[in-house]
Design a binder for this molecule. Structure first.
Ligand SMILES: Cc1ncc(COP(=O)(O)O)c(C=O)c1O
Length: 409
């Protein structure tokens, strides 16, 4: 059996049959109309375990902790798989908080924050004893302090610092003015404790350099904070790892080792190191089954999904396969458009595909497990049916005729 898209759980045999885990795609195509979205439970488990094993072996069992960036995919079934593996969650707001608590993430394993922290988010976080609130600007600290004070608690805080990437506007810039402001704030605010510093560099980081740059930035900021009397306990390096089929275990090990070395050589001391992967856990565990609805003379094909559910914003490493002709060479340039009626709905340009392209050919798109749903929009087409596959079984987890909406409320 040959792997498809480098994914050990998507395979084809010499007869051209394709299996996702132990289920034949024919089963889906016989029983359901496309488009269909499939998630592979075993792939998520493998990815989580690989990530945990690599980082625990490099940094030490008790030094490392991992929070799943739930915005990558917030379907309850996906959250349950990940929470059952002992991972925490990193979330941005109240809908996710409710979902995280309901789907097995205990409060002491949840960190919450983002550029928008309305009072009700702070209130619910303090009330539920959430591990840390992540702040992107200093003005919010007083509100957190006040709410914590009223509840008779001390709230742990993580400072998200600006990654220094040329176009990043997210997070704190610890310049002299802000350091002075922070110094005064911590004198004043007795019900907050700054415990952690976070820098998330970007998504889809495929080279070591970016990971190391992130560490340099963190260590510079830790030193600045030390000068104003704040001793950071934990380092949070965010996410940014590509899909697991793109970043092989060997590369992950090298990255983890180099990170450790860089941290050691910068003389930064810490209790624990945190990561917040999203894409690495779920990216290659998601796929679409779709089909060609029309073919233009100039080798443009139109599929029955588009940016409405497979959005560019998601930055997935999309791979396309003509599964009606899986054993034919995929080496003829073809451009792939979606169904949103705008010329901007392009899924791929000049992609290597089969020579023959026919209406109704079934197409497999891989690596769509992360951010596709998050960034999908409400363009008035039905959402696809969604299935969760494990071993030789599958179950319907989303039916647009019943569920209508993937919203998390
Ligand atoms: C602060 C933070 N942490 C973690 C992540 C997860 O990133 P990824 O899915 O690339 O691992 C993101 C994604 O945007 C983020 O903004």
């Amino acid at each position: 059996m040959k792997k498809i898209a480098g994914n050990p759980l998507i395979k084809t045999d010499s007869k051209g049959r394709i299996f996702v885990d132990l289920v034949s795609l024919e089963d889906f195509l016989k029983n359901f109309d496309t488009p269909i979205m499939i998630f592979l439970e075993n792939r998520i488990i493998i990815n989580v375990n690989t990530f945990q094993n690599v980082f625990k072996s490099v940094f030490g069992e008790n030094k490392f902790f991992c929070f799943y960036s739930m915005k990558a995919n917030f379907l309850p079934e996906i959250c349950q798989i990940i929470s059952s593996l002992g991972i925490g969650s990193e979330i941005v707001g109240l809908p996710e908080l409710k979902l995280a608590l309901k789907n097995g993430f205990p409060p002491e394993k949840i960190i919450i924050g983002g550029p928008y922290l309305p009072k009700n988010v702070i209130f619910e976080s303090v009330k539920n004893n959430i591990k840390e609130i992540i702040v992107y600007n200093l003005n919010i600290l007083k509100s957190i302090d006040l709410i914590a004070q009223k509840s008779g608690k001390v709230q742990n805080i993580c400072l998200r610092v600006n990654s220094g990437k040329f176009d990043s506007r997210l997070g704190l810039n610890l310049n002299e003015k802000n350091l002075e402001k922070l110094k005064n704030l911590i004198k004043e605010c007795k019900n907050i404790k700054i415990t952690t510093i976070l820098s998330h560099y970007t998504t889809q980081m495929n080279n070591l350099e970016k990971f190391l740059k992130n560490i340099e930035l963190i260590s510079e900021n830790i030193k600045k904070l030390r000068k104003i009397g704040i001793n950071i306990e934990n380092i949070n390096l965010g996410g940014g790892f590509p899909e697991a089929t793109i970043m092989k275990e060997k590369q992950l090990i090298e990255i983890a080792r180099s990170m450790k070395k860089t941290i050691e050589s910068s003389n930064v001391e810490y209790n624990q190191i945190f990561f917040e992967p999203g894409r690495y856990f779920v990216g290659d565990a998601g796929l679409f089954l779709t089909e060609i609805i029309s073919v233009n003379e100039d080798r443009w094909i139109f599929l029955n999904i588009g940016n409405n559910i497979c959005p560019k914003f998601a930055k997935c490493s999309l791979r396309f396969y003509n599964i009606s002709q899986i054993n034919k060479p995929h080496k003829y340039k073809t451009s792939i458009a979606g169904i949103v009626p705008t010329d901007q709905d392009v899924l791929a340009k000049d992609y290597f595909f089969t020579e023959e392209i026919n209406e109704n050919d079934k197409i497999l798109i891989t690596n769509v497990g992360a951010y596709s749903l998050t960034f999908s929009n409400r363009f008035p087409y039905a959402l696809p049916k969604m299935f969760l596959v494990k071993d030789k079984n599958y179950k319907l987890i989303f039916d647009p005729n019943i569920n209508h909406d993937i919203s998390i409320f």
